[in-house]
Write a protein that binds this ligand. Structure first.
Ligand code: DON
Length: 595
C-alpha cells in the first residue's frame, strides 16, 4: 500500500561511535566452557564441532557499549529500541530481523530463512540456529527438469513452486523463548509499527522494485504492497504500508510460531501457494522446526573463528581457505603474490564446497577432514607462488550461480552476548509472489539445491548428490555469519552476496586480523574466485594496475565486475579498552549504531 509523501521522512542517521566515558576495570572473567550441546532442545543436533583446543575464548576486562549494524537504519533502530527496553542481543535479533522483513523485503522476510550464530556471554555457550527453508514434503529430485531431463527455465526461481518452507518465523519464537529476556510480542512491536504505519521508500529498494516490477505485477498482493495503483514504481519517499504483513506479524506476536505455521495464516499461505502452482501442504508448515547446530570452530594464526555449519557451506569454506593460508606468512610477499595466494585458497575451498556439502541431516560430509590442518597442507602443496592453477586441473564439478540479494546484521549487547545473522529470501523479493492476505513474499531458495544432479563428471555425482533435492531437505547455503575472536577482541561479521559471501567474509577476517578497523573492513574492495568459472572477479579498486599485470602473468584470468557486491555489517569490540565499533557497508545505506 503506497502513499505519496511530499516531505519524505529521512531515516535518522547516527554518526557512529560514542566511546565509553568511564571504563570500568573489572576482573578478568574466567574462560567460559567449551561449546556444549543443550540436550533440552528437542531439535538439537549434536554434531561434532571442530577442535577448539588451545584457543582462547573471550576474556573481558572493560565495560563496553552495545552495538547493532544492519542494512537499514530503521532496522538498527528497531534493535536499539528493544535493547533500551531491557532486551538482550537475542531479543534485538528478533526485532532487527522482523524490521528488515518490513523495510528491506527484497532481501529477507517471514517467507524466507537463514542462520543465526549466537554467543551467550554468561557461560560462553555458542550455537547456530538453522532456520533455513526446507523443501516441501512433495518435492522431488527432478522437479525442475522436463521429461527429457533438461532444466525448465526459471522453474526454480519463479512462482510458488520455487519456494521452500520458511524458517524465519520459527526462529523468532525460538530466539525469544530460549535465549531472550523480553516477550516475543514486545520484540515484534517495532516491526509491526513499521508495517502498519509505513516507511519512506528509499533508492535501493526502489531499484529492486523496478528490477522486479513485472514479477510483482503478476502477484496482486505484492503489487498492492510495492507498486503504485497503476502498477508503476513509486517515487522515493512514498510511504510503503503493509497492513497484511502487520497482521501476520501480530499473529506471530500473539500466538508464537503457531501464528504463522498453523491457523488462518497457514491456510492462506497454502491456498496461495497451491493456486500459484506450488506444492506446500499444511503438514509441511506444521512440521517446520528450527534446528540448533554446533557452529564450526577453527583457528587461524591464534584467532578463533566461529562460523556457520552445514547446511551453510560458509563456515567450512572460510575455515578451509584460512587453513590453506595458515601455511603462508602473507606479509612476507608483495601484494600481488599475497592476493594470488588468497585467490588460490578460495579456488580450493569453493571446489570442496561444490563437491562435498549439503544438508547434514541427509548427507554424510567429511567435515573434520575438510577443516583439518593436514588436509589444508595437502591443498597448499599444489599452490605455486608464481603461477595460477587452472581450475580444471582440480577434479570437480560446476558450482552454482551467484544469488542477488540477502541481508546480514550483527548485534552485541552490553553484557557481551552477540548475534551474527544472515537471512534471506534468496533473489530480489524471492519469487516476488505474495499469497493473498498474508503480506508474506515467498522465497525462491529451492534454487540453492543442485536442480540437476548427476552431471557426467568424475566427481560431479558426489557433489550433485549431496545437494540434490529431497523432500524436507535444506538446500546448501553460502551464508556465513561469523565471529572472529583473538585474545584482544572480537569481530561479528557477515554479508549478503550469494557465493561471494564466503570470499567476502574470508577477506574481512584477514583484514580484521591485520588490524583494519570496522569502517575500513566493510568498504574494502573485494576480489573473488569460486573455482568455476575459473576467473578472478574483482571490484574496481581491488587490484592495482601492477597487481593486475602480475596476476595475469601468473596465469589468472581477471574480470572486473560491473556491480558492487555485498552489504557487510561488522561490529568490533576491543577487550582492553572496551571500544566498540559498528560499521555498515557504504555500498548500501545501512547504519552501525553504538550507544
Ligand atoms: O543461501 C544462499 O547461499 C543464497 N540463498 C544467498 C543469496 C544471496 O546472498 C543473494 N545476495 N546477494
Amino acid at each position: 500500500m503506497i502513499e505519496s509523501s511530499s516531505a519524505p521522512r529521512r531515516a535518522r542517521q547516527y554518526s557512529g561511535v560514542l566511546l565509553s566515558v568511564v571504563a570500568l576495570i573489572a576482573s578478568i572473567i574466567a574462560a567460559p566452557p567449551a561449546v556444549r550441546a543443550d540436550d533440552s532442545a528437542a531439535v538439537q543436533r549434536a554434531k561434532p564441532s571442530l577442535p577448539t583446543k588451545g584457543l582462547l575464548p573471550a576474556r573481558i576486562a572493560v565495560a563496553h557499549k552495545a552495538a547493532i549494524a544492519s542494512a537499514y537504519p530503521l532496522a538498527s533502530e528497531a534493535g536499539q529500541e528493544i535493547l533500551a527496553a531491557g532486551g538482550n542481543a537475542f531479543d534485538a535479533a528478533v526485532a532487527v530481523s522482523a524490521a528488515l522483513a518490513v523495510v528491506e523485503p527484497s532481501s529477507s522476510g517471514l517467507g524466507g530463512g537463514g542462520f543465526y550464530l549466537l554467543h551467550r556471554q554468561s557461560d560462553g555457550y555458542e550455537t547456530m540456529l538453522d532456520a533455513r527453508e526446507k523443501a516441501p514434503g512433495a518435492a522431488s529430485r527432478d522437479m525442475y527438469l522436463d521429461k527429457a531431463g533438461n532444466p525448465i527455465e526459471d522453474a526454480s526461481i519463479a512462482g510458488a513452486l520455487a519456494a521452500g518452507i520458511p524458517g524465519e518465523p520459527a526462529a523468532f519464537e525460538y530466539l525469544a523463548r530460549k535465549y531472550g529476556k523480553l516477550s516475543l510480542k514486545r520484540s515484534l512491536q517495532p516491526a509491526i509499527r513499521l508495517a502498519r504505519e509505513g516507511f519512506p521508500l528509499y533508492a535501493r529498494l526502489q531499484g529492486g522494485i523496478r528490477y522486479k516490477q513485472k514479477v510483482l505485477q503478476r502477484s496482486p498482493d505484492a503489487a498492492k504492497a510495492f507498486l503504485s495503483a497503476d502498477g508503476g514504481v513509486p517515487e522515493v519517499g512514498a510511504i510503503i504500508k503493509q497492513p497484511d504483513l502487520a497482521s501476520t506479524l501480530e499473529a506471530i506476536a500473539n500466538q508464537g510460531a503457531q501464528g504463522f505455521y498453523a491457523g488462518r495464516v497457514a491456510a492462506d499461505l497454502v491456498a496461495g501457494v497451491r493456486a500459484d502452482g506450488g506444492i506446500w501442504t499444511l503438514q509441511d508448515l506444521a512440521a517446520y522446526r528450527v534446528i540448533e547446530r554446533k557452529p564450526l570452530i577453527g583457528e587461524y594464526h591464534g584467532a578463533r573463528i566461529v562460523s556457520a555449519s552445514p547446511p551453510s557451506s560458509g563456515g567450512i569454506a572460510v575455515l578451509d581457505a584460512l587453513n590453506i593460508l595458515s601455511g603462508f606468512d602473507l606479509h612476507r610477499y608483495d601484494s600481488a603474490t599475497a592476493k594470488h595466494l588468497v585467490i588460490e585458497a578460495m579456488r580450493r575451498a569453493y571446489r570442496d564446497r561444490a563437491i562435498y556439502l549439503g544438508d547434514p541431516d541427509f548427507v554424510k560430509m567429511p567435515l573434520a577432514q575438510l577443516a583439518s590442518k593436514d588436509y589444508a597442507a595437502g591443498q597448499r602443496s599444489s599452490i605455486r607462488t608464481d603461477k595460477a592453477m587452472p581450475s580444471d586441473l582440480l577434479p570437480g564439478i560446476e558450482s552454482e550461480p551467484v544469488g542477488m540479494q540477502t541481508t546480514h546484521f550483527s548485534v552485541l549487547d552490553s553484557d557481551g552476548n552477540r548475534v551474527a545473522a544472515t537471512i534471506s529470501v534468496n533473489l530480489f523479493f524471492g519469487t516476488g509472489y505474495m499469497p493473498p492476505r498474508t503480506g508474506v513474499l515467498l522465497n525462491n531458495t529451492m534454487d540453492d539445491f543442485s536442480t540437476k544432479p548427476g552431471r557426467p563428471n568424475e566427481f560431479g555425482l558426489v557433489g550433485a548428490t549431496a545437494n540434490a533435492i529431497a523432500p524436507n531437505k535444506r538446500s546448501l547455503s553460502s551464508m556465513s555469519p561469523t565471529f572472529v575472536e583473538t585474545p584482544k577482541g572480537v569481530m561479528i561479521v557477515g554479508s549478503p552476496g550469494g557465493s561471494y559471501i564466503i570470499s567476502m567474509v574470508l577477506l574481512g577476517t584477514l583484514n580484521y586480523l591485520d588490524g583494519m578497523n570496522a569502517a575500513d573492513i566493510v568498504k574494502y574492495p573485494h576480489y573473488h574466485h569460486q573455482y568455476l568459472p575459473d576467473e578472478v572477479d574483482y571490484e574496481q579498486g581491488a587490484l592495482t594496475d601492477a597487481e593486475i599485470k602480475e596476476l595475469q602473468a601468473m596465469g589468472h584470468s581477471l574480470k572486473v565486475s560491473g556491480r558492487r557486491w555485498g552489504n557487510m555489517q561488522v561490529i568490533t569490540w576491543d577487550y582492553a579498552t572496551g571500544k566498540v565499533d559498528a560499521a555498515s557497508d557504504p555500498r548500501g545505506e545501512g547504519v552501525g549504531l553504538v550507544y
